[in-house]
Design a protein around this ligand. Structure first.
Ligand SMILES: NC(=O)c1ccc[n+]([C@@H]2O[C@H](COP(=O)([O-])OP(=O)(O)OC[C@H]3O[C@@H](n4cnc5c(N)ncnc54)[C@H](OP(=O)(O)O)[C@@H]3O)[C@@H](O)[C@H]2O)c1
Length: 227
């Protein structure tokens, strides 16, 4: 494929780290990793550009110029919006306002802003694939998950609009992906939270039903990113 440049959010661990590894398995691929921290392997890898930012602090996101610099020389470009937080979990009557604000910024607003900036930074004529990692929880009620569900559902609506805006240009594709239940830190947080369906998540973990992030990263790559 050659010269695929991919911006990925939330690469420090979980699915995002596995997606970065998967992309870097391609000859000539480059990754712009947007995260609060990086592994030693990531910092030592010349094909990965670490971009330290807190997705809840919208002023720390890369703007059009930084993104254009990364995408310069790409034959294929992609943006994978993977980072998210499942917290706050709990009834609406007692949600922590600061946690709500962070979840909306990480799960929804940062995805909106980065999408606009990457679309503006896309080099002329270079195909761009946008992939938003969503969740099945965007489409049904799980006790206590109102903010996570609403932010993911809101983002899905945003990407439906972006897809319509770019329907005239086959060079831009927009995909919304449900990765299934993953064996990551997010599931640990869920198993430790206080909500009615918690036992179902504890049981799925105990029965080995959680999907390894590397397998899911390969599936996402093969279906949505590979040329
Ligand atoms: N796990 C599941 O079962 C499951 C199911 C359906 C959908 N998903 C979706 O799959 C995606 C990946 O989830 P995961 O399971 O890999 O989650 P995870 O293990 O909790 O990892 C989340 C990643 O997002 C990053 N992140 C969170 N807040 C951030 C912030 N303010 N600034 C920068 N980075 C931030 C984390 O970085 P830090 O290390 O800095 O916190 C981490 O790299 C998410 O969109 C999630 O909603 C997951």
């Amino acid at each position: 494929m050659g010269r695929m440049h991919v911006v990925i959010t939330g690469t420090s661990r979980g699915l995002g780290a596995a997606l970065a590894d998967q992309v870097l398995g391609e000859p000539g691929a480059r990754v712009l990793a947007l995260a609060r921290g990086f592994t030693a392997e990531q910092e030592a890898d010349p094909r990965l550009t670490p971009y330290a930012c807190d997705l809840a602090e919208l002023g720390s996101l890369p703007g059009r110029a930084a993104l254009a610099g990364f995408l310069a020389g790409a034959r294929e470009a992609a943006l994978v919006l993977n980072a998210a937080v499942v917290e706050p979990i709990g009834p609406a009557v007692r949600l922590d306002p600061a946690a709500v604000e962070r979840a909306v910024a990480v799960n929804l607003t940062s995805a909106v802003l980065l999408t606009g900036a990457v679309l503006a930074a896309r080099p002329d004529g270079v195909p761009l694939k946008i992939v938003f990692v969503s969740t099945g929880a965007a489409h049904h009620v799980i006790d206590g998950w109102s903010v996570y569900s609403a932010t993911k559902r809101g983002a899905e609506e945003f990407f439906a609009h972006v897809a319509a805006e770019w329907a005239h240009d086959p060079g831009v594709t927009v995909s919304v992906v449900n990765p299934g239940v993953l064996d990551t830190g997010m599931q640990e947080i869920i198993r430790g939270a206080d909500f009615a369906e918690r036992d179902r998540f504890i049981r799925r973990h105990a029965e080995g039903e959680l999907r390894p992030p590397a397998h899911v990263a390969k599936e996402i790559f093969d279906e949505y990113l590979a040329v």
